[in-house]
Design a protein. Structure first.
Length: 250
């Protein structure tokens, strides 16, 4: 059974950096487990952070514009074709890690058969992996429009400002119905020492579950393309124990 983690929040708050931190920690703690990185953000930044320009997307399958790596096998049903196409666009990062990019998704109430076929194929793909990390577009609604899957942990990434904290609360409230009862909370990113009192005061008035904080890092302020940071990795390790995730390899 897959452990599914969704990283949500406004663009620019550090979702991709934190997604990669979780990838690093899972690989460190569970080196034999399989991991799927599911890029559901319209920017496609997760793939770019690995130096990849991934053009083959789930939207390409839906729109019929995908260029397949191999010839399309003959005699398949529509469901078999979509499942085959999903496999064709997977990108392997290493022995245990794959990445797939959704890009645009269709409306949930669309009656066209391809919507249900993509949902079914994505669900089958997800369940093959031990861990799935979703780098989401703002909230869980956009992901739910693509695939209706239970999420074990939803993290809303916020910056240390009053506006960002209030937005995180709204994202949490709006996403709750798609989280299927899984754990949900806020991670406050880019925290400077001078922000601590402001955050503490604001949290008294905001009904949000803050699961952890991540300090501001000069190394990421300049925007390195790989979105990697040991400081962020270490910060995530500090609050990982609070999360409803496996704590050690068994």
């Amino acid at each position: 059974m897959s452990i599914k983690i969704a990283i949500t929040g406004k663009s620019g708050n550090g979702k991709t950096t934190i997604t990669k931190a979780f990838l690093n920690i899972i690989q460190e703690n569970f080196p034999d487990k399989s991991i799927l990185l599911f890029d559901n953000d319209l920017t496609g930044e997760l793939g770019h952070s690995f130096g990849l320009d991934i053009r083959n997307t789930i939207y390409g399958i839906r729109s019929g514009k995908h260029e397949y790596k191999t010839g399309i096998p003959q005699g398949m049903t529509k469901h078999e074709y979509v499942e085959w196409a999903i496999e064709d666009i997977l990108v392997n990062l290493n022995d245990n890690v794959d990445i797939i990019v959704s890009w645009f998704v269709g409306a949930k109430d669309c009656r066209c058969p391809i919507t249900g076929q993509i949902n079914d194929a994505c669900q089958k793909l997800i369940e093959r992996y031990d861990f799935v990390l979703f780098d989401c577009e703002f909230d869980l609604k956009y992901l739910n429009q693509l695939v209706d899957t239970d999420i074990d942990l939803t993290l809303v990434i916020a910056n240390p400002t009053i506006d960002s904290l209030h937005l995180a609360k709204r994202i949490t409230e709006f996403s709750a119905k798609y989280a299927a009862g899984g754990q949900m909370g806020v991670i406050i990113n880019k925290v400077k020492d001078e922000n601590i009192n402001l955050i503490a005061e604001e949290l008294k008035n905001a009904d949000v579950d803050v699961l952890g904080t991540i300090p501001f890092t000069n190394e990421l302020a300049s925007g390195p393309l790989d979105r990697s940071s040991q400081i962020v990795n270490d910060a995530v390790k500090q609050f990982y124990f609070r999360l409803n995730l496996p704590q050690e390899n068994r």
